[in-house]
Design a protein around this ligand. Structure first.
Ligand SMILES: Cc1cc2nc3c(=O)[nH]c(=O)nc-3n(C[C@H](O)[C@H](O)[C@H](O)COP(=O)(O)OP(=O)(O)OC[C@H]3O[C@@H](n4cnc5c(N)ncnc54)[C@H](O)[C@@H]3O)c2cc1C
Length: 389
């Protein structure tokens, strides 16, 4: 790729930067993992949407700007550099929306995408089950045919933001007699306040209540809420998984901005004779820059028509380990103050390093564990023999 940006890309960056400078709240919003923070973040989504910054890469018809993937990366860099709030609508805009663009009907896109873009409908991902995480195809929740639709039953777990979200999308076993576990699955959407749905928060390490498990007892879903063909849910889901692990979940802007903040911390707090800590700061900065360049290369290939595929597993392992290294280094720099969470007056950066660290620990698990990603890298990218399962 050409590492210089075009005049149009520079202009896009300048427009995004100016908008963010004028609109990002001076004081960070409360954590989106709480009811109060969730509502504040939903309002922020409305603000973004009003000026068409909530879904920059979507077509204009759905509230986007039709931005290219490079423009999207530029926007994300500016977004994180401006210290803008985390995106409460991320499951919808980065997982369900690409799935609808690829497999949904025109009616579904027209009905579902605008309220998703405006923050009016916030989505949760309902894939994992107590016995089906890494081995997702062993899921047991069912979709049983009924007049005009389906009845969903079963249990979903580890559903981010589900305690306060509006709707969810997930996979259900619609043909228990299918010859293989990947077959006979159907991809469906359902409201979280529907009759038969129970949402129970799961306590997180930091005690915040948005993470939840879902119990479904004969929940009715009309045919119009099936994505793709009934029984073909696995194929539909795999396009979502590629997006989750790859670019759209964790753009480099998040890490380059954190690396800048970490460097500032080093300048402000560090003992200059502590060269071991200084080297860790340098490593984190190099890691963020490496991820940025690797992503630009991947984005250029995508723009030229290739698909991400198994390469997204490389991103996943890299960003999740980088996130932990960045946060651990910051906490070591902050010493005892690094332990203070967002409620404490003296908490550095409003506790964002402490909260970010707790969350970074989950990075090697969610979006598919790193053990599984390493298997994918070994088998599909390096052509090594299959390991023993
Ligand atoms: C913070 C967080 C947010 C999440 N959000 C969501 C969400 O919004 N929606 C959703 O549906 N799910 C979500 N998840 C669930 C997540 O996708 C699963 O936790 C993950 O897929 C692992 O599944 P599991 O927890 O069942 O672990 P298991 O699959 O039981 O794995 C346990 C351990 O065994 C290893 N292992 C399993 N099989 C193999 C193998 N074949 N080879 C080598 N090692 C193996 C795993 O790597 C792991 O270390 C979230 C999880 C976390 C932690």
């Amino acid at each position: 790729m050409d590492l210089e940006f075009s005049a149009a890309e520079d202009a896009f960056r300048a427009e995004a930067r100016a908008w963010l400078a004028a609109h990002v709240p001076d004081t960070p919003l409360p954590s989106l993992e709480t009811a109060e923070g969730f509502a504040a973040h939903r309002q922020w989504e409305r603000t973004l949407f009003a000026d068409r910054w909530s879904v920059v890469s979507w077509p204009e018809d759905y509230g986007g700007r039709g931005a290219s993937i490079l423009q999207w990366l530029i926007f994300e860099e500016e977004y994180y550099a401006a210290g803008a709030p985390g995106r409460v609508s991320q499951n919808g805009i980065s997982l369900l929306a690409p799935t609808l663009f690829e497999h949904g009907t025109a009616e579904q896109r027209a009905r579902i995408l605008p309220p998703m873009a405006s923050g009016e409908a916030i989505w949760a991902q309902a894939w994992s089950e107590p016995e089906a995480g890494s081995d997702l195809a062993s899921l047991r929740s069912t979709a049983v045919r009924t007049d005009g639709g389906w009845r969903l039953s079963g249990q979903k777990t580890w559903s981010s933001r589900a305690a306060f979200a509006d709707r969810a999308f997930g996979l259900f076993r619609s043909d228990p007699d299918a010859p293989k576990p990947h077959q006979g699955l159907t991809y469906l959407m359902f409201p979280l306040d529907a009759e038969g749905v129970t949402v129970r928060p799961i306590g997180r390490l930091d005690g915040k209540p948005a993470f939840a498990e879902l119990f479904l007892d004969g929940v009715f879903v009309p045919d119009e809420d099936v994505i793709g063909e009934p029984g073909q849910g696995w194929r539909v889901a795999m396009s979502t998984a590629g997006n989750e692990r790859g670019l759209t979940l964790r753009s480099p802007g998040r890490f380059t901005a954190a690396a800048v903040r970490l460097t500032a911390l080093w300048r402000g707090q560090a003992d200059p004779s502590d060269t071991a800590l200084r080297d860790r700061v340098a490593d984190a900065v190099i890691g963020a820059r490496a991820y940025q360049l690797f992503t630009y290369a991947g984005a250029s290939r995508l723009a030229a028509g290739s698909r991400i595929g198994a390469e997204s597993s490389l991103n996943k392992v890299f960003w999740s380990e980088l996130d932990i290294a960045l946060h651990e280094t910051a906490l070591d720099l902050l010493g005892p103050y690094g332990e203070l969470a967002d409620g404490a007056q003296e908490a550095p950066s409003h506790g964002s390093w402490a909260e970010g660290h707790t969350f970074s620990l989950a990075g090697p698990l969610y979006a598919g564990t790193n053990e599984i990603q390493r298997d994918i890298i070994a088998e599909r990218l390096l052509g090594l023999p299959k390991g023993r399962r």
